[in-house]
Design a protein around this ligand. Sequence first.
Ligand SMILES: [Zn+2]
Ligand SMILES: [Zn+2]
Length: 174
Amino acid sequence: MTFDPVFLSSLTLVLTAFGGAFLAALWISLVIWTYRDIRARARDPLVHTLAALLVAVLNLPGILVYLILRPQRTLEEEYQRTLEEEALLQALEDLPLCPGCERRVKEDWQVCPNCHTKLKKTCHNCSKFMELPWNICPYCGTPAVGMRLESTSMDDALRNLKIGDDQSEVKVEL
Ligand SMILES: [Zn+2]
Ligand SMILES: [Zn+2]
């Protein structure tokens, strides 16, 4: 069984052409992939060009060099990281300062551990923490000890007066 040498040479030619076309397509795809990848990772157009050129000239070894040298995080990941860091800083800044020594103290501390300044007082009725300027407990409504009671007692008196009026009106209607 023998092959026609003309047929053989043309077959080789076709195979070479296919191989060449495949390699060229692979080459171009690698350059395009690199260009897209570097655009997601860097803003500088010069860096984009250099990365694409590196892969265009060196092809597979170029891709290897690019993978080693490319920025670790994409711009999107970098942005997310910045957001997280800012949120963390904000949380730190939201901590109240001790009026005595200006150090950061926690919301539920009663006394500053550094300068022993009193930060909170406790309600004598329900034992929950109250801010120092508050003169009434927001949890149970008990007036704080030693605070001005006139305003609350005045409110109470007015409220009682109103209730009394309502009741009398109801009685009149009946
Ligand atoms: Zn302090
Ligand atoms: Zn209370």
